[in-house]
Design a protein around this ligand. Structure first.
Ligand code: ARG
Ligand code: ZN
Length: 875
């Protein structure tokens, strides 16, 4: 079945109120749902009411309090039809269903994780709990009563505010929760179990006193301190930056160890993958701290962008996700370094969204059709969705953007709306026509812009010629012209942006060129000397840019561009070109060669004390193998790319050896660990340098020394990675891996790092290693974090391992995906996405990948999740 945007119709019935009672038992939970039903005005009284279910067993059904007669309804696992509903406009259904949460390994609906009852309902998990109109535009006020054995579940949580609690017979107890804000079923949540807690308070701008709590496994309370701090900072920031206040008396977060994704924004009760809550210097890296901060913020920000204003239907997913990602990006930029954050965002976008946009799974930010919505929680919806919001801000300016957001909150609070509603707010406050701009939501594919420049000294005129094109994507052969906002500067010989007297030929506003036609020629008049064009500053538009610029101009920008993002970009482009060239030479059995000027530029940036260390670390991080592959585009040989990257690393390391060694020593962490951005930046730089120093010397000694002496996980993990990836067979590495395993054998989240570092060892032997590690006692195919760490990182972050020339990596992945999908289709489908770039490989690997995909496609009983991915990937 295919769902289409144009088929949207409001539901005939509404459910203004819902009363839920859970009698919790791992094997036999009884759910009693009392639904107040309202027939929508104008709908015929004899129209059947069809409720969604998914694998349900109906225990009992009452209509207006009386047992439903045979023939009055039809119940299947996936549907409950009230064939002849009562004539009255308002009536009531009472539905009893029975569940076995302990056997729910798909982790959708109500399940048990590590002895804790918990739920995940987005997107369509609520229908695994009871029959309902399980769609985001049906908003109900929930009252939830939870009953459980006091010993098994002393803690009983649901959405909204606590109303009452008390004891029952036989060692049972209960609690009642009431959420005054009407919400869609996907935001429902329940948690019951025996957990430890960290508490705090937050007083909102208008004086509401909110009780905050983060629930974790007993004994892990101290690990939630950073998350709590991040939560309070998020709450304050949303008040200051967006005028958004929290609206309930309590805000609860629960960390669970079995979770299909990162976290979930259920109203007043966010449920998190424990990976994104628990942290201390001993067990978490700086990247973990930054992720926790960002995800805590993201889920909290959903309270307004997602919960108070939600999506009309799942095609509008980016309405809440793209916008909320934009908000969490801005939060992190304000908390940390804006330029560094921006570079990291763009790297992520290019690593995840660009390949999606350029492969068989490409889809618009707002898709028009889907078979399985869970497969659309993608980098395109989230990350490109965020970029589109950022472009609105670029086009409108800060003030009008904020006014548009204010109007959105005011106009649509309590509603389930669309992208059109969202855009209309910005049109209303700015008077601008955003119809061409809206193509960013509707059209898939990464636009390409080519830029050619000319300077005429006698006319003192600088000409920029821009041309746009959008490549075809599946089922969209022809594309319309986009509105592309390109921030720019004309960089003069002193590195400063040059002034010009006037400009002709295109809309240029506040250092932004608005490219709206296929081809535009822009003439800058009164330009004294030849400038260098710095284009798409800050990555103002998510495009690929083909700009004919000499290497020396790029080197100049890499040293002097006043826009730090573009400065990083200039160097990154040069490095990428050098790597592409080197990989071609390696394929032709020639030695790779690198320009000394490029090596020196990288070394110079590393040592430039005027730049923050985090920025220098990013500049020194070579483009990833997957990035190089994407730039090459077709007939890819991952081995040649891996070899090219290793040889450039070595060339830089040898040339800069002395500087790097001294810098590495100077950056040593003194004093107690602090997770703040500045300290993290210094560690990041030091760790990149370690990677170079090891490559330059060809010896594991320095890395082993750091591994054995570091006092925090960031440095320990960086050292272990250098050891395992550069010296996989050395004794030092074996020793370090064994020591790490021994030290953290009881800490699953840390052992995940140990799985990842081994799964990403480059080269053909890793597939066998991964197979062996699957037998490790800490590994389990049932736990999504374990699966993603070992299998997911092998498939998506190990180019030479996964793409082994004989196809063994593909066969292994296909076989493992099928094993996972037997109990957890969602996680299996996610893993299978690793095949998405198979067509850009060289012929031999293509054939192996196709065979592995075909093998999956031939399975008779594939889940909808996996079939959808496999068939689209093969198409
Ligand atoms: N809404 C959640 C978030 O972005 C993610 C839910 C993912 N759901 C899914 N079915 N994949 O914060
Ligand atoms: Zn989200």
């Amino acid at each position: 079945q295919v769902f289409r945007l144009e088929d949207y119709r409001p539901s005939d019935y509404l459910i203004p109120e819902l009363d839920l009672t859970f009698r919790l038992d791992p094997e036999r939970t009884i759910v009693t749902a009392r639904l107040s039903i309202a027939r929508r005005e104008g709908v015929a009284a004899d129209l059947p009411l069809v409720l969604d279910g998914d694998g349900l067993t109906l225990g009992q059904l009452l209509i207006d309090g009386r047992p439903a007669e045979d023939g009055a309804y039809e119940a299947t696992p996936d549907r409950l039809t009230i064939v002849k509903p009562p004539k009255a406009q308002h009536f009531e259904l009472t539905i009893v269903t029975r569940l076995a949460p302990a056997n729910n390994k798909a982790l959708m609906g109500l399940y048990v994780s590590n002895g804790v009852f918990c739920t995940q309902c987005e997107a369509e998990g609520f229908r695994r709990i009871t029959y309902f109109l399980d769609r985001p535009d049906v908003l109900a006020v929930y009252r939830v009563r939870i009953e459980a054995r006091k010993k098994e579940a002393p803690l009983l949580l649901s959405n909204g505010n606590p109303v009452e609690h008390g004891d029952l017979d036989d060692g049972w107890h209960y609690a009642v929760w009431h959420d005054p804000f009407p919400k869609p079923s996907y935001l429902f949540a329940l948690v019951a179990g025996d957990l430890g807690v960290v508490r705090d308070r937050f007083v909102t701008a208008s004086g509401r006193d909110v009780a905050l709590a983060i629930y974790v496994e007993h004994g892990k309370e101290a690990l939630a301190a950073y998350a709590m701090d991040a939560l309070k900072r998020s709450m304050r920031w949303d008040e200051e930056r967006f005028g958004r206040e929290y609206d309930l008396d309590v805000f609860n977060i629960v960390a669970v160890s079995d979770f299909n994704m990162g976290a979930m924004e259920n109203k007043g009760l966010n449920v998190f993958n424990d990976k994104y809550v628990l942290a201390d210097p001993e067990t978490a890296t700086d990247v973990d701290f930054a992720n926790i901060e960002a995800i805590i913020a993201h889920e909290y920000f959903h309270n307004w962008t997602g919960n108070r204003i939600t999506c009309r239907d799942w095609f509008q997913l980016c309405l809440k996700e793209g916008l909320t990602v934009y908000r969490d990006h801005e939060f992190s930029a304000d908390q940390r370094s804006r330029a560094v954050k921006r570079i990291a965002e763009v790297r992520t976008l290019r690593a995840h969204q660009f390949p999606e946009d350029q492969g068989p799974l490409a889809h618009p930010v707002r898709p028009r059709r889907y078979r399985e919505i869970n497969n659309f929680y993608t980098a395109t919806v989230y990350e490109k969705g965020s970029e589109v919001v950022r472009m609105i801000r670029t086009i409108l300016g800060a003030e009008a953007f904020r006014a548009g957001m204010d109007l959105y909150f005011e106009r649509h609070d309590g509603q389930a709306v669309t992208i059109e509603d969202f855009l209309a707010c910005f049109e209303a406050v700015s008077g601008r026509d955003l119809s061409q701009f809206s193509l960013w939501y509707h059209q898939a594919g990464t636009p390409n812009v080519t830029a050619t420049t000319r300077y005429d000294p006698s006319a003192r005129e600088y000409t920029v010629e821009l041309e746009q094109s959008v490549p075809p994507t599946p089922s969209e052969a022809r594309k319309r012209l986009m509105h592309i906002p390109l921030a720019f500067g004309l960089v003069g010989p002193d590195g400063q942006d040059m002034a010009y007297e006037s400009v002709e030929g295109a809309a240029v506003e506040d250092s932004v060129i608005h490219l709206r036609k296929r081809r535009q020629v822009i003439r800058f008049k009164g330009v004294e000397v030849r400038p260098i064009l710095s284009l798409n500053r800050g990555f103002s538009a998510p495009i690929t840019l083909s700009q004919e610029t000499s290497a020396s101009d790029r080197l100049f920008l890499a040293r002097h561009d006043s826009d730090l993002f573009s400065r990083w970009q200039a160097l990154d482009t040069l490095l990428t070109k050098a790597l592409i060239d080197a990989s071609a030479r390696i394929r032709g059995s020639k030695e790779p060669e690198f320009e000394a000027a490029l090596l020196d530029c990288a070394a110079e940036i590393a040592a430039d004390e005027r730049l923050e260390p985090a920025y220098r670390a990013l500049a020194l991080t070579l483009p990833a193998e997957a990035d190089i592959a994407r730039e090459i585009g077709s007939n890819i040989d991952p081995d040649a790319i891996g070899a090219a990257r290793a040889s450039l690393r070595k060339a830089i390391a040898i040339r800069a050896h002395e500087n790097f060694a001294a810098l590495h020593r100077n950056l040593e962490d003194k004093g107690p660990f602090s997770p703040d951005a500045e300290s993290a930046g210094r560690r990041a730089l030091r760790n990149v340098l370690l990677d170079y120093l090891a490559a330059g010397s060809g010896e594991p000694a320095l890395a082993l020394h750091q591994f054995e002496n570091s006092t925090n996980m960031t440095e320990r993990m960086a050292a272990l990675t250098v050891l395992a990836h550069q010296f996989p067979t050395s004794e030092a590495t074996q020793k370090a891996l064994a020591a790490f395993e021994e030290r953290y054998r009881d800490n699953a989240l840390v052992l995940d790092k140990w799985f990842i570092v081994q799964a990403t060892i480059p080269g053909p032997d890793t597939v066998d290693l991964v197979r062996r590690l699957m037998e490790h006692e800490a590994f389990s195919l049932m736990n999504p974090n374990r699966v993603r760490s070992l299998i997911g990182s092998f498939a998506s972050a190990n180019q030479t391992g996964f793409n082994r020339v004989d196809g063994e990596g593909y066969r292994f992945l296909a076989e493992t995906v099928l094993r996972v999908e037997a109990h957890n289709p969602q996680v299996a489908a996610r893993l299978a996405v690793a095949f998405r770039s198979w067509r850009s490989l060289e012929k031999g690997r293509q054939e192996h990948a196709r065979a592995a995909l075909a093998h999956m496609a031939q399975q008779p009983e594939l889940s909808r999740d996996l079939r959808d991915i496999v068939e689209r990937t093969l198409a």
